[in-house]
Ligand binder design. Structure first.
Ligand code: ZN
Length: 354
């Protein structure tokens, strides 16, 4: 796959402890008033390679993967798209098409559940991921918006100033949460946040120069709604778990506890980190745009089905771990029988001089 656009900086922002329980986060970037120095030549990345058990990858050039039809709504069990009409269930894109999703579960969603999951994905795709998706040329098939200019918030003398800029002048920040392991695995009480920090990458270095030329000293990313973000990861993990293990292959945990959780518009809720977490370590960029897999994690006498998920893996983005469900003894034995042999880490011993 082609390497991404030029990258000026990649960093982790520490979040003040008292702010960790907030539901919304955004990043503010100060524009250095000095002219831009040309970025240093890329160095070999020494971060460990993230090995995904039972790996599936998505991205440009990777063929569409279609699983066997499910015949039941993977969220509510309905067998018709609209009750009483006999209409077939709709296909489910495990990762939204708006994120370049090319893995499909046929006959897998009813109309009501499709509305819920589309709302969850839409919230994230149209905010924090909106301009990054355009910069990285990841687009869904529906193009309804007028896309000649893109919104941006400049911060001038401490005040937010809305701007609309063409894509080539727009500083696109890809900004994701960096999470601790899911609370259920750590025995962490639900009222504690799972946020370990924020990860960001500026996608085009020239856009910073543009901001400097305009005399705009500071700008802010769109806000990420942490609950919606965790719900989106949960939706992907649930669909993938059903695709790989079947609807009866595990006892789902994400549906009532997270995907269908209704919250008041301004309600803070850290319970989303109970089943959705991550690995706060840095891993080397992957060749694929997104990677995911599944594995089993035993805690006491319980066996959890864990879906490791890395969106924007090719940019070195953080790894998430989502607890898709629990396995009873028969489900565990079946899962272990389906598991592929573990990948081996690549050999990084330098070649002998000739
Ligand atoms: Zn349904």
């Amino acid at each position: 796959m082609k390497k991404p656009l030029r990258v000026q900086q990649q960093q982790t922002t520490q979040v003040h402890e008292s702010d960790l329980r907030a539901r919304w986060f955004r990043i503010r970037l100060e524009v250095d008033p000095r002219p831009n120095v040309s970025p240093a030549a890329p160095q070999a990345n020494s971060d460990p390679v993230f090995l995904v058990p039972n790996r599936t990858e998505l991205g440009p050039g990777i063929p569409v993967k279609v699983y066997a039809p499910v015949g039941r709504c993977i969220y509510c069990g309905a067998t018709e798209f609209i009750l009483g009409t006999g209409r077939k269930l709709s296909e489910e894109h495990i990762v939204s098409e708006g994120l370049g999703g090319v893995i499909v579960l046929p006959e897998a969603s009813c109309e009501a559940c499709a509305k819920t999951t589309t709302k969850i994905e839409g919230n994230i795709l149209r905010t924090v991921l909106w301009t990054p998706r355009r910069h990285l040329k990841i687009r869904g098939k529906k193009r309804k918006r007028d896309e000649r200019t893109f919104p941006l918030t400049a911060v001038v003398e401490g005040k937010d100033v809305p701007l609309h800029l063409p894509l080539n002048e727009h500083p696109a920040l890809l900004f994701l949460l960096r999470l601790q392991a899911p609370g259920i695995l750590l025995g962490r009480p639900e009222e504690f946040s799972g946020i370990a920090g924020l990860w960001m990458q500026e996608l085009i270095s020239d856009s910073i120069n543009e901001m400097r030329d305009r005399g705009l000293p500071s700008f802010a990313s769109p806000s990420v709604d942490t609950v919606r973000f965790c719900q989106m990861l949960a939706k992907i993990a649930h669909g993938f778990a059903v695709a790989e293990l079947g609807l009866d292959g595990f006892k789902p945990l994400l549906l009532e506890q997270l995907i269908f959780r209704e919250l008041a518009p301004k309600e803070n809720w850290c319970g989303c980190y109970h089943l959705v977490g991550g690995d706060p370590e840095d891993y080397a960029p992957d060749d694929a745009l997104h990677v995911m897999g599944w594995g089993v994690d035993q805690r006491g006498d319980k066996h959890f089905l864990v879906v490791p998920l890395r969106l924007f893996a090719n940019l070195g983005a953080p790894v998430f771990h989502v607890i898709a469900g629990e396995l009873d003894q028969a489900q565990l034995e079946r899962a272990l029988a389906l598991a592929k042999p573990r990948e081996q880490p690549p050999d990084r011993t330098p070649a002998e001089p000739q």
